[in-house]
Design a protein around this ligand. Structure first.
Ligand SMILES: O=C(O)c1ccccc1N[C@@H]1O[C@H](COP(=O)(O)O)[C@@H](O)[C@H]1O
Length: 212
């Protein structure tokens, strides 16, 4: 089966169309206000109306409150909720029950113990292993930083999982071959500047991911 591809941090209809044309399966709308990829609920509503039907829309959140989630899920017509903060398994369960959508939990990885935290999130619908950003970093993700993929060797948790963190057109094929990831996720790796998606890089990323 082909790898699934999530291009994260979309903010224009032209780039969502480019993702669909290139073979991406998922796009991410970023609902974290400090991010250069942040979209307001108004923007998300417009974007979702123009998103090709074959793309699944994932909302990226960092420690969201219920009201904000409610507005964003509705505006973005989201198909899944990605939790990229310090949410715990109980919060994850509450969010899934409330919205009836698949919930993705991001695990920030620096050590093998970080990978083992997957055991705490057996109730997630999907796990995304991303790089732990340094203390004091502006963002908990989306900074183009990779981690040591060998930390995933031998990982055999039951929850489906994907790989993020510093992936770009030049390294994504190697990442898939090295880790066996069935979904790859990129934000800054397909940009010309923070928050500005580059259609050629989106095409190159998808081509490499689909032919690892
Ligand atoms: O992209 C962001 O700005 C962002 C902000 C806050 C939390 C998560 C964010 N992005 C997620 O991080 C991964 C990895 O990003 P990158 O490829 O290393 O730039 C990205 O795919 C998003 O899921």
């Amino acid at each position: 089966m082909s790898v699934q591809i999530k291009i994260c941090g979309l903010s224009t209809p032209e780039t969502t169309a480019a993702c669909a044309d290139a073979g991406a399966t998922h796009i991410g709308f970023n609902f974290y206000p400090p991010s250069p990829r942040f979209v307001s609920t108004h923007q998300a509503e417009k974007l979702s109306q123009n998103t090709p039907a074959k793309l699944l829309k994932v909302g990226v959140f960092v420690n969201p409150d219920d009201e904000f989630l409610e507005e964003s899920v509705a505006a973005g017509q989201l198909d899944a909720i990605q939790l990229h903060g310090k949410e715990d398994p109980l919060q994850l369960e509450a969010i899934r029950s409330r919205f009836g959508l698949p919930v993705w939990k991001v695990l920030s990885v620096e050590t093998v113990e970080d990978v083992a935290r997957a055991n705490d999130f057996a109730n997630a619908d999907f796990l995304l292993f991303d790089t732990k950003t340094p203390n004091g970093a502006a963002l908990p993700g989306g900074m183009g930083l990779g981690f040591d993929w060998s930390l995933l060797e031998g990982y055999d948790g039951a929850v489906p999982w994907g790989l993020a963190g510093g992936l770009n057109p030049d390294n994504v094929a190697d990442a898939i071959r090295s880790t066996g990831a069935t979904l790859v996720d990129t934000a800054s790796g397909v940009e010309s500047a923070p928050g500005i998606k580059d259609m050629d890089k989106i095409a190159a990323f998808c081509k490499a991911a689909l032919n690892p």
